[in-house]
Design a binder for this molecule. Structure first.
Ligand code: SF4
Length: 487
């Protein structure tokens, strides 16, 4: 079989993944990783600059062309090549960054992650195997990752932004293992009939396998994997041949999962602990401000005082109830500049001091406000007052004081809302255009500055609609709780 870096790593995770990819590609599920890919490409672009001028080997579907271009580039005595491509015995690889100095080489695998993982070591070891098998004198191997502690001030400091991990010794020690793995993968791929392969923790490590649904097709629709048990417990029961909800109930499982399963199996009525909900609501005093932020993350910080993957808020929606009436305010930053100062200034204007603020899953909103307070000392006291006055609308659902079968064991607003309002189309995110969830909002804002004026207008309108629905949904949930204690 023709292997590549990613195919080799997939084969290490599970050989059947490769077999299905080749023989039954239609049963594969799409796993959305667009923004991961975009981040990854940009990180590569920036990492290249660490070594000055380079020769880039352009991608060509005909890999032989890439190999030929690499051979040409390698005629230089001293050179940095990106995507240098090699093939040894049908094992192909493109090296993110290859440095050649006379007859010695260094290889750099660039990752957009802030942590080093085993899969990265497998990836670069495979490259080391290919290059050394071709007779290249590879002196050093580095896995380059992002430094989460780096904070941008002025121009990017690439030597601080990236951490180069020297993994040469591990690569050397893995040579025999790689040869054996490649042999086993090739043998496995000769199977004409679909090989048996049991599911295991490997199906989620290091990445969720896109064939999991296919490999578990024999299980009942509701099964141990749709329960809210943690992954290890799910596999523990699976190995005991305990698959169905009925069977799971015969064992000791945590109370929350038991509740999820019992409500589902016996079609139970909603559970409402009126006293507990009353206690929660008694802590809230009108006027109440319902707050929701949208944030985006950049692998490579674009602005000062930003670290890799820091949550940068660019938008908020604020519904508020005052004297029994509902009002709305909102903020959406301009594209192409650091949104935080304008957002923080507007936020302290929009939320009066000492009012009750409600968020859904407040740790996120609190963290965003705390970071803004650290950044803008002149706004710190007002921001921290907002921070200290936040209460969490999620509490009654997290504590299961209000539980409905359709929440399916979750207390996320994306489950709670449709469970409480199954027929209310005004609360259905699917009815929105363009932006239906937080990651679509994040991606849309991140790419906003590259759009035409007309496109920006449309995206901005839809961002506002999306975020407004988030806080409107919170208002409806709050009203539902109030209604519940009346009955
Ligand atoms: S779901 Fe698991 S067993 Fe099936 S192909 Fe993927 S990793 Fe292999």
């Amino acid at each position: 079989m023709n292997l590549s870096k990613s195919k080799y790593c997939n084969g290490i995770q599970c050989k059947k993944m490769l077999w299905l990819e080749k023989n039954k590609p239609d049963v594969k599920e799409e796993i959305d990783n667009e923004s991961v890919l975009e981040n990854g490409n940009y990180v590569h672009e920036v990492a290249r600059k660490m070594f000055g001028d380079d020769i880039n080997i352009e991608f060509d579907e005909n890999l032989n062309e890439m190999i030929k271009d690499t051979e040409k580039a390698l005629k230089n005595d001293k050179v940095v090549i990106t995507e240098a491509s090699f093939n040894y015995n049908n094992n192909f690889c493109s090296v993110d960054i290859l440095r050649k100095d006379k007859d010695s080489y260094e290889i750099y695998e660039v990752k957009s992650s802030t942590k080093i993982k085993d899969v990265f070591i497998n990836d670069i070891s495979y490259q080391y195997y290919v290059l050394t098998s071709l007779g290249l004198n590879v002196k050093k191997c580095f896995v380059t990752i992002l430094n989460s502690k780096y904070v941008r001030h002025g121009n990017l400091d690439l030597d601080k932004l990236f951490i180069k991990n020297d993994v040469t010794d591990i690569c050397k020690s893995k040579l025999e293992e790689i040869e054996k793995n490649i042999e086993e993968i090739n043998k496995y791929m000769e199977n004409k009939n679909e090989p048996e392969e049991d599911i295991d923790l490997k199906c989620f490590d290091p990445y969720p396998c896109p064939f999991f649904k296919y490999c578990t097709r024999f299980l009942p629709e509701k099964n141990v994997f749709t329960s809210k048990l943690d992954l290890k417990d799910k596999f523990k029961f699976y190995k005991m041949n305990v698959y169905s909800y009925e069977d799971l109930l015969k064992y000791k499982i945590n109370d929350k999962t038991r509740m999820q399963i019992e409500y589902d199996l016996y079609n139970k009525e909603d559970y409402i602990d009126r006293e507990k909900i009353k206690e929660f609501l008694n802590e809230l005093k009108e006027p109440i401000y319902f707050l929701d932020f949208e944030t985006f993350q950049m692998a490579i910080p674009k602005y000062d005082d930003v670290s890799p993957y820091m949550q940068v808020p660019f938008q908020y929606s604020l519904h508020y109830i005052e004297n029994g009436k509902l009002y709305h305010k909102e903020f959406l930053a301009e594209a192409g500049k650091d949104p935080r100062e304008d957002l923080a200034k507007r936020l302290v204007q929009d939320i009066p001091l000492n009012v009750c603020v409600l968020a859904y899953n407040m740790s996120f909103e609190k963290n965003v406000i705390k970071k803004l307070a650290e950044l803008f000392p002149e706004l710190k006291s007002s921001l921290m007052k907002i921070h200290d006055n936040i209460n969490d609308l999620m509490i009654p659902f997290r504590k299961r004081d209000y539980y409905s079968k359709d929440m399916d064991g979750s207390f996320s607003i994306k489950y709670v809302l449709p469970a409480l309002f199954p027929n209310d189309e005004s609360l259905n995110y699917k009815n929105l255009d363009l932006i239906h969830n937080g990651s679509e909002a994040m991606d849309s804002f991140a790419s906003l500055e590259n759009k035409t004026e007309e496109e920006q207008k449309v995206i901005r309108e839809n961002l506002l609609k999306y975020c407004k629905l988030d806080t409107y949904a919170m208002v409806k949930i709050y009203e539902k709780l109030k209604e519940a204690i009346k009955q």
